[in-house]
Design a protein around this ligand. Structure first.
Ligand code: AMP
Ligand code: ZN
Length: 300
């Protein structure tokens, strides 16, 4: 049997197996690549004056619920449960742990959910400041994200980093922002010495009810992805995404423009792990042997 790409990454020590599919530790070299990608993203967008916000990997569960994640993607969601019992409940837990029983019986849903997409926690924070200024707002955000999609494909992880730029303003402003980043994304892929193609996409809304949402998203051109071959040429991997939310978050969080209209929003997301894996797949696992131009772009 030939080794999979994931096996080769483990063998090279770039990713380190934890015993759970999609949950990996990263080596210093892998993080060095991620740092380079982060710097390239900053080089492309840094002059736009975005406000930097960095999130922890957990978000306010009320925000998570209101955003609709639990309704639309229940299979991917991760919520934090905690023990809040008394001494008797503690004794039950100890007994269950010793006997291999169900120790989770006393766990209760906490006020934290694992963040599924970096921008979800941002909208209520922005809305709390009141109407947008005349030129709208632009944010530069980063979060570890969780999605319950265990897989042997290196590119489908359960915990991964997403850096995003998020634009809030009029429909024209946010659409122009998205178009600019689709073009920058294509330039960025060239900088990395990779081959990518932008294509229309949809989110994996759950179940029968989700089919309509998927169709709607495609028909209205709301989501584009930058696809780069990593695990296979036939099924290239979405390494960046370019999303137009229309007035969805504006309406949800009562976010308005300076003249009182419901704000529109768009975001562009860069998957750090997927971009690092694309570089490793195409240029090889020996980073020192990567093309000089790619090395210079990543690490100056
Ligand atoms: P999405 O919100 O699905 O458009 O995801 C934004 C970006 O996050 C994608 O373009 C990927 O680069 C990255 N991403 C999404 N899901 C995963 C995953 N399971 N593992 C690693 N990266 C992911
Ligand atoms: Zn987003």
């Amino acid at each position: 049997m030939t080794a999979t790409f994931l096996d080769r990454l483990f063998d090279a020590g770039l990713l380190i197996d934890t015993g759970v599919d999609g949950l990996y530790a990263r080596s210093g070299t892998f993080e060095h690549i991620v740092d380079g990608i982060d710097a390239v993203v900053t080089a492309f967008g840094g002059a736009d004056g975005a406000e930097v916000v960095r999130f922890p990997p957990g978000m306010n569960r009320m925000v998570f619920e209101k955003t609709g994640y639990m309704k639309n993607f229940p299979n991917l969601a991760g919520t934090v449960h905690c023990f809040c019992g008394d001494d008797a409940a503690h004794a039950d837990i100890i007994a269950a742990l010793d006997e291999g029983g169900d120790w989770a019986a006393h766990q209760k849903l906490s006020d934290i959910a694992l963040t599924p997409a970096a921008c979800y926690p941002l909208y209520p924070l922005a809305a709390r400041r009141g109407p947008l200024p005349a030129q709208g707002r632009l944010f530069d955000i980063l979060s570890y994200c969780f999605r319950r999609e265990p897989s042997k494909e290196s590119t489908r992880q359960q915990m991964f980093r997403m850096r995003e730029f998020v634009r809030m303003g009029t429909p024209d402003e946010v659409m122009a922002f998205r178009q600019l980043w689709i073009e920058r994304g294509a330039e960025m892929v060239k900088t990395f010495g990779l081959d990518g193609a932008v294509d229309l996409a949809n989110d994996p809304f759950f179940g029968r009810a989700g089919r309509m949402l998927k169709n709607n998203q495609r028909q209205q051109n709301l989501k584009f992805e930058m696809l780069i071959p990593v695990e296979s040429v036939e099924k290239p991997t979405a390494c960046m995404s370019f999303n137009y939310h229309q007035d969805h978050f504006g309406t949800l969080w009562n976010l308005t423009t300076a003249d009182g209209a419901v704000a529109h929003t768009a975001c562009v997301g860069f998957g750090f792990e997927r971009l690092a894996l694309a570089l490793l797949k195409v240029h090889g696992l020996d980073v020192a042997a990567w093309p000089a131009g790619v090395r210079a772009a990543l690490w100056g």
